[in-house]
Structure formats: C-alpha cells, structure tokens
Design a protein. Structure first.
Length: 152
C-alpha cells in the first residue's frame, strides 16, 4: 500500500525530536571537554604539573591532556554516531536504552570520581552527563510526546 505524502513526512520526521535532543546534549559535552582541554593546555597548568611531577616533560603533559580529552569525548561521539545512523532503521529498542544508559551512567560516575571540585566545568559536565543519562533511558518517550503534538 502506497503511503500518502502526509504519512511520508511523518515517517521522515518521526525521530527528529529524539535525535535533536540527544545530539544537543552530546555536543554540549564535547564543547565542555574541549574548553577543559584548552584550560589545561596552558603554561600555568603545565608549570603546576611540573611541580607535582618534576621528571615529566612537555610531551608527557601534552599526552595526558590529549588522552583525557579523548576519553571525555569518545562516548558522546560514539553515542551520537550510532544513534544518528541507526535510529531510522531500528528506533530506540529497550536494549539500546539499557546498554547506552549503562555506558553513559558509568561515564558520569567516572567523571564524578575525578573530584575536580574547583572547576565549574566539572559541575557542568556532571549535570550534562546526568541529563544525557535521563535522555537516553527515556528517549522513547520523546517520540511519543512529539507524535501527540499536532502539527509536528
């Protein structure tokens, strides 16, 4: 049976709200990680690091900053790419919400255990991880809400 133009438009925009919300929070986490890496990659932070590790050099410090940055962005990037590629075909089944919810939760716990309480970016990242966790486990409800609103 051939779909009407209205049904085709509805199918095309079916996951639009879910994807927008999820990608927004992932992008915000990536921006926060980038700002944190920029703050850590300055001469004052390097000098402070040298007082703690006098045997270290610039290459070691750069490697640490880059490694922390990559660790901070790997989960939001992976989640964004996986969801963007698979949401139209698979939707958001319970297994998706369970696995990605656990991964996001553990990433938030890892961030919490860093205890960088002097940094406002640490608090912002914790809030974003908590919101992303709630979005991932409740992403199926965003579709239901969008479908209930007429004109979307």
């Amino acid at each position: 049976m051939k779909k009407t133009p209205v049904q085709q438009k509805t199918d095309r925009n079916r996951h639009k709200r879910q994807l927008t919300v999820l990608l927004s929070f992932c992008a915000a986490l990536i921006v926060v990680a980038t700002l944190e890496a920029l703050i850590m990659a300055n001469p004052e932070a390097y000098r402070f690091w040298l007082t703690l590790y006098p045997e270290g050099n610039t290459a070691d410090y750069s490697s640490i900053v880059l490694s922390l940055f990559l660790l901070d962005i790997v989960i939001p990037v992976s989640l964004s790419l996986y969801t963007f590629i698979s949401i139209k075909k698979l939707g958001t089944p319970p297994l998706y919400r369970l696995i990605w919810g656990a991964i996001v939760f553990l990433a938030g716990v890892r961030r919490l255990l860093m205890f960088q309480t002097q940094s406002i970016l640490w608090y912002l990242a914790l809030v974003l991880w908590a919101i992303l966790f709630l979005v991932v486990i409740n992403i199926h409800r965003l579709e239901a809400e969008a479908a209930a609103v007429p004109g979307t």
